[in-house]
Design a protein around this ligand. Structure first.
Ligand SMILES: NC(=O)c1ccc[n+]([C@@H]2O[C@H](COP(=O)([O-])OP(=O)(O)OC[C@H]3O[C@@H](n4cnc5c(N)ncnc54)[C@H](O)[C@@H]3O)[C@@H](O)[C@H]2O)c1
Ligand SMILES: O=P(O)(O)OC[C@H](O)CO
Length: 343
């Protein structure tokens, strides 16, 4: 039986599918405010008590406050006494992280927890490195990641996540606040590994979606997932991650979910590429971010720079950006020389 836990003040910045789902889940136990940057969309969301633009069909609990007022959103989590320290959750895509952090720079803010999965385009930085660049190292932060489709979390279905931070105190705080009901939150000190797993699985989901769309079969799917995990691990180790992290929720767990679950936007990008659709059309039709698209480019650049062998990422990026078609991509991967499996 779960014990009554103290209520935490939480602001979620970013009212897309995932920010909305997390706000819905946490509002059952905490005092939560969901902020979105589009005033009309937030007014519509509040009026309907449903985020019709990003997560339709998932009613907002009556206690969940909805706002487009940035000052009110920050005032809700003004740093307070240590025992009831509030939390600021950043729920935008990786591309929006730096601009959002710039709005927070120099302001009194509580601990930040980010949900985005990817490498920043242009810089090749992981989210925690972007946070440190903009806010400095003095603000402890955490990444919350793991296999989690927004629609299922909003429905209250069971889900297990990992919170990663270099601060043990913050990890405990996030677990204390978020773990409960059907949400299980595990903690980890390997911020790099957790973020690399969450980022690169999106690229692998595009590859798997394309293979499935081409009708290459379940054997091919299993091969891509497994070799994808090898590739993710190679990059992670080169960046300083712990190897065991990739066997966990934010590694293998999220990779399996995203490569096989049709709710995945990244998998759907792959399926659409196999139909021969143009990337611009696919992205426009999706109406949501597919982080694997910018991430494929950022990871390709990073892997080349670091001399890490990432053939699946190379193949996905060549389809997305170099005009290679999906069937050619599969042929290229199959034509590679044999190698030792665990090298
Ligand atoms: N949807 C999921 O199931 C899910 C689950 C886990 C993690 N994630 C990750 O969470 C992140 C957000 O995904 P999502 O599903 O909410 O995307 P989404 O496309 O549904 O919504 C993105 C939201 O971010 C907002 N946004 C973009 N730039 C912003 C900025 N600079 N400032 C404020 N808001 C900004 C948009 O207005 C929109 O409301 C992604 O990195 C994604 O990989 C998503
Ligand atoms: O819909 P996707 O592909 O962005 O994946 C969502 C989550 O990252 C799954 O854990």
């Amino acid at each position: 039986m779960q014990q009554n836990k103290p209520t935490t003040k939480i602001t979620v910045l970013g009212a897309g599918a995932w920010g909305t789902a997390v706000a819905i889940a946490l509002a059952a136990r905490h005092d939560v405010l969901l902020w979105g940057r589009n005033p009309q969309q937030m007014a519509d969301t509040d009026a309907a008590r449903d985020n019709l633009a990003y997560l339709p069909g998932h009613p907002l609990p009556s206690a969940l406050r909805v706002s487009a007022d940035f000052e009110a959103a920050l005032a809700h989590v003004a740093p307070g006494a240590a025992q009831d320290a509030p939390l600021l959750i950043l729920a935008c895509p990786v591309a929006g992280l730096r601009p959002l952090l710039e709005q927070l720079r120099g302001r009194p803010i509580p601990n930040v927890v980010w949900l985005c999965k990817g490498f920043e385009a242009g810089t090749g930085l992981l989210p925690h490195q972007v946070v440190a660049q903009v806010l400095g190292d003095s603000v402890p932060g955490a990444a919350l990641s793991g296999p989690s489709f927004a629609q299922e979390v909003a429905r209250g279905l069971p889900c297990a996540l990992t919170v990663a931070s270099s601060s043990a105190e913050l990890r405990e705080r996030v677990v204390a606040a978020a773990h409960g009901d059907n949400l299980r939150v595990y903690s980890h000190d390997d911020l790099i590994g957790v973020e690399v797993g969450g980022a690169v699985k999106n690229v692998m989901a595009i590859a798997t979606g394309a293979a499935d769309g081409l009708g290459l079969g379940l054997n091919a799917r299993a091969a891509l997932i497994t070799r994808g995990l090898a590739e993710i691990t190679r990059l992670g180790l080169a960046l300083g991650a712990q190897p065991g992290t990739f066997m966990g929720l934010s590694g293998m767990g999220d990779l399996i979910l995203t490569c096989t679950g049709d709710l995945s936007r990244n998998r759907r990008v792959g399926l659409a590429l196999a139909e021969g659709k143009a990337l611009d059309t696919i992205v426009a039709e999706l109406g949501h971010v597919a982080e694997g698209v910018p991430c494929a480019k950022a990871v390709r650049e990073l892997a080349r720079r670091m001399e890490v062998d990432m053939p699946i990422t190379e193949a996905v990026a060549s389809v997305l950006f170099d005009g290679v078609d999906a069937a050619q991509m599969a042929a290229q991967l199959l034509a590679r020389d044999p190698r030792v499996e665990l090298a």
